[in-house]
Design a protein around this ligand. Sequence first.
Ligand SMILES: [Mn+2]
Length: 243
Amino acid sequence: MTYVTSDIHGCYEQYLKMLDKIDFSDDDVLYVLGDVVDRGPKPMEALMDMSVRANVIPILGNHDYIAYKMLGQLLMELTEENLKKHFGGDIENFYHDMVSWENIGGNTTVQGFGKLSMDEREGIVEYLSEFSLYETITVNSQNYMLSHIGLPDGATSDNLDSFDAYDFIGPDIHMDYDKVYFKDFTLVTGHFPTLGIDESYRGKVYRRHNNIAIDTGAVFGGTLCCVCLDTDEEFYVAGENSE
Ligand SMILES: [Mn+2]
């Protein structure tokens, strides 16, 4: 079976419960549509578990991208040369970026990272560098395009390769969930909690107009969801701080 989930945001316990709930086996594939890190309690544990499973395919979220850049810098020796190369010679830039990251929940990621061995830290940064920008798959002769936020401006099913990471996770992408982007593909996205599309979707998957939105707010008191693309079945685990 082929499954999709998204926006784990450090909710490692919920992620484990979900694998258990769907009876995840070596014959299955799980696509994680980004934002594994930040905000929730155990982002490193989630990444480490995902990284040792060949059948869990990660797609890059905006939080994962920031973590990749910032954790990569934390691995670096702060020599004069590196300072010049990466921070324009100014360490203030680094502090500024760290504070901006903290404001969007980066502290649990940094704290978890700090507890790892040097080898593990390098492994995490390398793993984050391998995340896909998007995936296109076919399940039961239905085509799906999987991406964290949505599609860059001007994207068609033929020119996706011409965009880079920032085009896929930059602040300019706004999904219109009422719009049919492709007739021959269903677009599956996370990033934007479904209750923001319509309050009636609080903690639930949104499916309309060839769009499936699966950020059900695990770290915001909602749920962690998982959709089986073979059967359309939806699975839910209660999120952090939910009633
Ligand atoms: Mn996001």
